[in-house]
Design a protein around this ligand. Structure first.
Ligand code: FPP
Length: 240
């Protein structure tokens, strides 16, 4: 493997399924929320590293539609950590020219969280070195259903004919319409699943599964995965 990262072959968009906070805590006989707290620190590290390496877009799966089924204490703990993260990181986002973006069913989030998200998104709106997207109350199937509803409504209204629907039009009706597709998808904690994350968008992403639990994921491992990514040959179904 090459020892140096090639700055010309960096993935433009990296997506991460941050998994294993609960197991990290359990191993230490701690409350699950301690695992999420440590996980939020790993988020800070990865955001800084991605920016330092000139990655254009970083998308993090922070809360899935299925996560609403967790005990109320865990859900509110996660919402608290999210608000604390936004408060602590807003200056870092400004100093590093990072724009905050969110995808998901945002209207299901508590009012206070929505208000904080809106404020930080507005403050960072003109930042253009990297876009940090938090997937919150996100599920890819719900996103696809929303897209179908919008296109079906446009067809009913007569503003689009079914035969004119293309992959580009589909992509333009997803929550990620302003982002390029992820080039690299990382999932921590050894689970080899996609779990309803960016199903349409990862069609050609390079996927890396690591056994590391999310709170233990750091800069060194991120760089190791990026080097490995640069060794892979991406063919998009064609012949090299
Ligand atoms: C998966 O671990 C992680 C989550 C459900 C939430 C991710 C949240 C954070 C990293 C912290 C807060 C986020 C931000 C953006 C500050 P799990 O609980 O499913 O772990 P387990 O599978 O080991 O139980």
């Amino acid at each position: 493997m090459r020892n140096e990262l090639d700055p010309d072959r960096m993935p433009k968009h990296v997506a991460v399924i941050m998994d294993g906070n609960g197991r990290w805590a359990k191993k230490r006989l701690l409350n699950r929320l301690k695992g999420h707290e440590k996980g939020a620190e790993a988020v800070r590290t990865v955001v800084r590293t991605a920016r330092k390496l000139n990655i254009d877009a970083l998308t993090l799966y922070a809360f899935s539609t299925e996560n609403w089924q967790r005990p109320q204490t865990e859900v509110s703990g996660l919402m608290f950590l999210l608000r604390r993260f936004l408060e602590a990181e807003r200056s870092t986002l400004m100093e590093n020219d990072i724009r905050l973006n969110v995808i998901g069913q945002i209207d299901r989030l508590p009012e206070a969280v929505r208000k904080d998200l809106k404020a930080v998104m507005a403050e960072t709106a003109a930042n253009d070195k990297m876009v940090l997207t938090l997937a919150l109350s996100y599920g890819a199937r719900a996103e696809i259903v929303d897209m179908v509803r919008q296109i079906a409504a446009a067809a009913k209204k007569g503003t689009i004919v079914p035969s004119a629907v293309t992959p580009e039009i589909v992509a333009d009706h997803l929550y990620t319409r302003e982002l390029s597709d992820p080039d690299l998808l990382i999932r921590t904690s050894g689970e080899m699943r996609i779990s309803n994350f960016l199903l349409w968008q990862i069609a050609y992403a390079e996927i890396f599964f690591t056994p590391t639990l999310w709170p233990d994921f750091g800069e060194e491992e991120f760089i190791r995965i990026l080097k490995d990514y640069q060794q892979r040959e991406r063919r998009f179904g064609a012949i090299p």
